[in-house]
Design a protein around this ligand. Structure first.
Ligand code: NAD
Length: 283
């Protein structure tokens, strides 16, 4: 598994297993155990996915040393502001049953982001969290908040796939050595992407699936990717991307698929309120 070095010196596996929308009815436990057996060493959860407890249990039961598994979780909006964030971080640690979290993110860029960020910085200094980052920050939202942070985020986790390559955000983050983590790296299973003639042509050449070509393109382009699947064969397919590489010409062709637009616009008016109402991590 290839690893990426973050701006704080820590290393993160380039492919992570995302568990958004996998229910906490035993399904997350089974999915994470299967993923770890297949070879994933990076799991991406969040307080607002309501499955941190099952992720932690699967990590413990896997028999793999904790230090060899990279665990990410995220603080939800209800816990923003310094005091609430301190408690929110401890709640994640408790639910995961871990002594430390490898990467902890501010899940959404709304509200008292700066106060919440200073709680992440404090938890990092205390050794509870190893790396800290943000999520869903557009270039505008980045400029609004990050100049007020003391520590540069290690990552910004955003929607990113061949139809939305985040080129303007990359121009902001690259000089700061902040890595992009791609959520929806497979375009959430977008059929137009999986059946695109260019993707299929390249897949045929290498004897790979469309998914493998898409994820290879993204990792070769410097992204950390978080594909999600609960099917073991797809989990394997999404990890088998380091035994071939794309030519410069193929990379350029795939870069030309960018439309500059995604499905999720974090600057949509009213979105902060809608998200806060949709996911309640406390009563
Ligand atoms: P994704 O691009 O990984 O799409 C997942 C879907 O793609 C699956 O449901 C399945 O239909 C399809 N798929 C997966 N593997 C396939 C394969 N090999 N062949 C064919 N189809 C396949 O998008 P996602 O699930 O939205 O995102 C992945 C992860 O990113 C999440 O689990 C979560 O960890 C993270 N995420 C973060 C945020 C955020 O706000 N930070 C938002 C959404 C997702």
């Amino acid at each position: 598994m290839e690893r990426v070095i973050l701006n704080d010196g820590n290393e993160i596996p380039a492919v992570g297993f995302g568990v958004f929308l996998i229910p906490a009815d035993g399904s997350t436990y089974e999915a994470v155990k299967t993923a770890l057996k297949i070879g994933y060493r990076h799991i991406d959860t969040a307080a607002a996915y309501f499955n941190e407890e099952e992720v932690g249990r699967a990590v413990r039961d896997s028999g793999i040393p904790r230090d060899e598994i990279f665990v990410t979780s995220k603080l939800w909006l209800q816990d923003y502001g310094f005091e609430a964030a301190v408690k929110g971080i401890d709640a994640s640690l408790r639910k995961l049953g871990c002594d430390f979290i490898d990467l902890y993110l501010l899940h959404q860029p709304y509200g008292d982001v700066v106060g919440a960020w200073s709680a992440l910085e404090q938890a990092k200094a205390a050794g509870k969290i190893r790396s800290i980052g943000v999520s869903n920050m557009t270039p505008n939202l980045w400029q609004k908040f990050v100049p007020h942070f003391e520590t540069m985020p290690a990552v910004n986790q955003v929607e990113c796939h061949p139809f939305f390559q985040q080129r303007s955000l990359r121009a902001v983050l690259q000089p700061l050595n902040v890595k992009i983590e791609a959520w929806a790296p497979l375009g959430q299973g977008n059929k137009a992407l999986f059946s695109h003639p260019l993707v299929l042509k390249i897949a045929e050449k290498y004897g790979k699936t469309a998914a493998a070509v898409i994820l290879r393109f993204e990792t070769q382009d410097g992204l950390i990717v978080l594909p999600k699947s609960t099917h073991a064969d797809r989990m394997e397919e999404n990890l088998a991307i380091f035994d071939f590489s794309l030519t410069q010409e193929e990379m350029a062709e795939l870069r030309s698929l960018d439309t500059g637009k995604g499905v999720h616009d974090p600057e949509t008016p009213g979105l902060a309120e809608r998200l806060a109402a949709a996911y309640k991590v406390h009563d």
